[in-house]
Design a protein around this ligand. Structure first.
Ligand code: HEC
Ligand code: HEC
Length: 308
């Protein structure tokens, strides 16, 4: 703070407290002339209320005086009087630093585990999972959904169902989260005419056993050779390219015929931002552990349901 502003604030403080203190003292001593009937002569509400004079209650006077003393005491102890630092040397940055340090000390045992254990091992650590879930809700849920079921409008894949584009083991999850991903499906509107694209879409539908036109799917099958470079001969996808498995019922962008036709005609790109710099190694590890545990949980529930 420059000397000018410091002096200006000191002036305002002295002036304001001075004026109020003067009024306070003056209020005790001032003599107000009284009418013979003991009122000030002021009348209110068409003469129904007449203004009298009362002394301030003693408790109020003492209370106000102690407020002045407290105000001055505060300005001596804490910053407030211009650039004066106060005798306690308190600063908001100092308090924040102390809070952060005490919080870090509390988190340290968990951070140590996050630094030394694998994502798979951490997925059984309840404290880590709870921490990871919070990080997920804060940073990831906007795109992937609160339950990690994905969002087809954004092309953000489900992280719960096990239909991984890039892979669901700890190493792949960490790579996706820390470095981000950029999937690219090229457009084929120039390569195939409308009918060719419909045939291909029906072939894609047939791969997952969805309802399709068998004649069109049969016509599309030979064309799928272009697609198999990325999606594989059997359409089961290629994690190295992020080309999704087309034979399951899990869709990144959508599995109805119209959406599949749009995907084939216009192509698709998906960008997963890189979170390494933002989260740091330990927090990335925690969020990966939550994603892993959550996907395992869903997998178990699905197997249990399938047995029933
Ligand atoms: C160069 C590699 C490549 C080729 C060739 C390719 N794809 Fe893809 N495809 C991808 C990638 C990568 C994605 C995921 C896009 C993303 O990141 O969202 C994808 C996504 C898709 C999807 C969306 C799946 C979903 O879950 O919503 C469909 C459907 C699809 N491709 C069908 C085809 C068909 C049919 C062909 C052939 C005409 C084809 N692809 C050719 C790489 C390719
Ligand atoms: C801006 C939206 C957005 C946010 C925020 C986001 N993601 Fe993603 N994420 C995507 C998209 C889009 C993809 C698919 C990338 C592609 O098409 O190649 C993806 C892909 C992934 C994958 C790969 C999935 C697979 O099938 O292999 C993982 C894992 C993942 N995200 C986890 C996370 C986590 C954890 C966070 C929070 C730290 C997060 N994402 C935040 C949009 C987002």
């Amino acid at each position: 703070m420059s000397t000018f502003w410091s002096s200006w604030i000191m002036f305002l403080v002295v002036f304001n407290m001075g004026v109020t203190f003067f009024l306070f003292l003056w209020g005790q001593r001032v003599k107000i002339p009284l009418q013979p009937d003991g009122t000030t002569g002021h009348v209110w509400a068409h003469g129904t209320i007449r203004e009298s004079v009362r002394k301030l209650p003693t408790w109020w006077v003492w209370f106000s005086a102690s407020m002045f003393a407290a105000g001055i005491g505060y300005l001596i102890l804490y910053p407030g009087f211009g650039a004066n630092k106060g005798v306690l040397g308190w600063t908001s940055q100092g308090e924040l630093a102390r809070d952060v340090a005490s919080n870090n000390a509390k988190l340290e045992p968990m951070m140590e585990r996050l630094r030394t254990r694998s994502v798979e091992a951490l997925s059984a650590d309840e404290e880590v999972i709870d921490f990871g879930r919070r990080l997920f809700l804060d940073n990831c849920a906007a795109c992937h959904g609160r339950q990690a079921h994905g969002n087809q409008l954004l092309g953000a894949p489900s992280l719960a169902a096990g239909g991984w584009m890039y892979g669901g083991d700890g190493g792949q999850l960490l790579a996706s989260i820390k470095d981000g991903r950029r999937g690219m499906m090229p457009p084929f509107a120039e390569t195939f005419d409308k009918e060719g694209i419909s045939n291909l879409a029906n072939y894609v539908l047939s791969l997952s056993g969805a309802r399709h036109d068998a004649r069109m799917a049969a016509a599309g099958q030979p064309q799928f050779a272009v697609c198999s470079a990325c999606h594989g001969m059997d359409g089961k996808g290629n994690p190295a390219l992020g080309a999704p498995n087309l034979t399951d019922d899990i869709w990144v962008h959508g599995g109805d015929q119209a959406t599949i036709e749009t995907t084939i005609s216009h192509g698709r790109t998906g960008t997963m931002p890189s979170w390494g710099p933002r989260l740091g190694a330990e927090r990335a590890q925690a969020v990966a552990a939550w994603v892993f545990a959550n996907a395992q949980g869903e997998e178990l529930a699905r197997k249990r349901n399938a047995k029933k």
